[in-house]
Design a protein around this ligand. Sequence first.
Ligand code: PMP
Length: 460
Amino acid sequence: MSATSNFIDTYVAARQKSAASYRRASAVLGGNVGHDLRYFDPIPLYIERGLGGRKWDVDGNEYIDFLMGNGALLLGHAHPSVIDAIVSVASRGTHFGNDHLLQIEWAELIQKLVPSAERVRFVNSGTEASQLAIRLARAFTGRNKLLRFEGHFHGWHDEVVHGFQLPFQADGSRGVPPSVRDNLITIPDGNMALVETRLSQDPEIAAVILEPSGASYGRVPIDIEFLRQLRTVTTKRNVLLIFDEVVTGFRFSPGGAQGLYDITPDLSYFAKVVAGGLPGGAVVGQRDIMSLFDHTGKSEKDRFERVTHFGTFNASPLSAAAGIAVLGQVASGEPTSRADAMASQLRASLNEVLSRHQIAGYAYGPSSTFHVYFETNPERLKRVSDREDLKTSDARLLKGMPGALITQYQRLLRFHGVDIMSSTGGLLSAAHSETDLGEATVAFEKTITALLDEKLIYRL
Ligand code: PMP
């Protein structure tokens, strides 16, 4: 029996209730899980509770959590201020379908924190926010096409579901009409000349959309100068610039990536941290664009000259309460700088481990994120002898690590008590402690030692 199959037996033995839950789930849930990233071989996690930087599964296994509600929990699990806010609002009723004062307070906080947020419109998720921002851009410019970048994720809706995973030109899902591609131009990021060529060739482009962190919350690093040039060029050509701040919002700085880099997009959208760990999102932008939502008072015009937008749960009182609780604290700058400092310390510890074991790989990432790249390409392994020289911004390399390596890395980390967000990376919160980082580093060292034994990663 191989080392891997022995390990999987041990892994499953520590997860008997989880295994039983998976059998139940398989008889009732489409695809057996609730989100494609939660699917996991041999069994997904079934989490019972969380506190601060940790969570526990139904079998009592404890995890240092770098998934953090897919990045939504900047203050950590079950932060008392968020729980209190939710409980006090819930006791008055959970949902009215009417506007309410918490929505206004929530929007005012966003307006105060985010440089480009002259007006705010709430939605229920990052995917909805992305749909609505694209609709606004099209309505405002009277053009239909979108210039987007390979590897950048903008939610799961039809228009953008392809292009973020390798191979970037492949369909992202079955069931998407091929016609959506007619309105999309997908190119690698970082190449300003290519952006200019595409913009000049195609007068139908309404907007350029991107993750200002670089693709997949910074897994593929992006040059800030490229972001600045994008701002200049889109302004010059009268094309809108849309920042997808679903992850970066209120995390990279209290004003998101746009606050950190001092670049003001025309439109941007938020989810995750904005709603304090509850479902929610927001599209924000300049007043003239956002005025497309305005009612004219003339019923025919109202129907045909506006951007329409509905949504039963938009700015639900519970999400508003949680959002206000978190953004009120974000305003001080303390949660973002604490999470940043923890992540920087973690990246340094992981790099120390990788260097000590002479692994062909490195840890990196902006703000409160971390990612690990393992070099597995035989040609590059032959060529490169210094860890520094492994560093790359090539999305095909950074997103192209072998699936078997990623799965075993995630399994081993979980087995040693660490859960991450996706691929090899994750996000930190203001609640993570030095102890969490120390224990996570030990788990990481055990993980890479096993991966070396299994010849899934290599020494330089
Ligand atoms: N954009 C980015 C950059 C994201 O990371 C995500 C979610 N991971 C989304 C959009 C979609 O957000 P949601 O899952 O809330 O629909």
